[in-house]
Design a protein around this ligand. Structure first.
Ligand SMILES: C[S@@+](CC[C@H](N)C(=O)[O-])C[C@H]1O[C@@H](n2cnc3c(N)ncnc32)[C@H](O)[C@@H]1O
Length: 213
């Protein structure tokens, strides 16, 4: 899978690339490329945003800058999904992750301050995604959320068995995963359910299925 991110802060992604599962699949199942709008802007002094028409606070990411960046990298309109990360996008769920995981190639567009010139969303993007009903300072954390959610679906990203039985999975009927416990079996009078200490796999399995939320 190839994931391209257009951002103003490419170095913000350094942490993500050093962590599992992204680090595990990077350069193998995952090709992650980071592009700075500033490297492609046709404007002077590496300018990328401008004041909003109609007035008001904040700066808006310019459509000509994003178009120039996409053109430079792809040599024309991209032939794969281009997703604008914006609070106005469709809400991210595991179902959206599964849908996007089928794509071999995706481009994410990140903005900051007041956000995108609307023409970027309308004409340069094929989709818009919000990671939740709240406002963050820029689209880089949303891009990282998506990259992590997609990377852990790739072959080899997770240890065998840890990706199938988890919250929102088909295996759990889309429900939330059952509770987990580890040592000590008793702490401050808080004890682990006896069945989990029984060694009886059938009973453990039944208990876990009962406790899917
Ligand atoms: C401060 S926000 C802009 C908020 C915008 N003025 C509004 O009121 O909806 C700057 C950028 O952060 C990103 N962003 C913020 N919250 C987001 C969210 N919940 N999902 C996806 N992207 C988000 C988007 O790229 C957005 O353009």
């Amino acid at each position: 899978m190839q994931l391209d991110v257009f951002t103003l802060i490419p170095h913000a992604f350094a942490w993500l690339t050093e962590q599992r599962p992204v680090a595990t699949v990077l350069g193998d199942e995952l090709d992650l490329r980071l592009f700075s709008y500033r490297d492609y802007t046709p404007l002077r002094a590496r300018q990328v945003d401008d004041e909003p028409y109609g007035g008001g606070a904040g700066m808006v990411l310019r459509v000509d800058v994003v178009a120039a960046a996409l053109e430079a990298v792809y040599g024309g309109p991209p032939q794969h999904p281009v997703i604008a990360l914006t609070p106005q996008g469709r809400q991210l769920t595991q179902a959206v992750v599964e849908e996007l995981a089928l794509e071999p190639r995706i481009t994410f567009l990140s903005a900051r301050f007041e956000g995108f010139d609307e023409r970027i969303v309308e004409h340069l993007s094929t989709d818009a995604v919000s990671i939740g009903p709240y406002v963050l300072s820029n689209g880089d954390l949303p891009a990282m959320v998506l990259i992590d959610a997609l990377a852990r679906r790739l072959p080899g990203a997770l240890r065998e068995g840890s990706g199938e039985l988890e919250s929102f999975s088909e295996e759990l009927g889309g429900g939330l995963e059952y509770p987990h416990y580890t040592r000590p079996a008793e702490f401050r009078g808080w004890s682990v359910p006896d069945v989990l200490l029984s060694g009886d796999h059938a009973r453990v399995d039944a208990w876990r299925r009962e406790h899917v939320r």
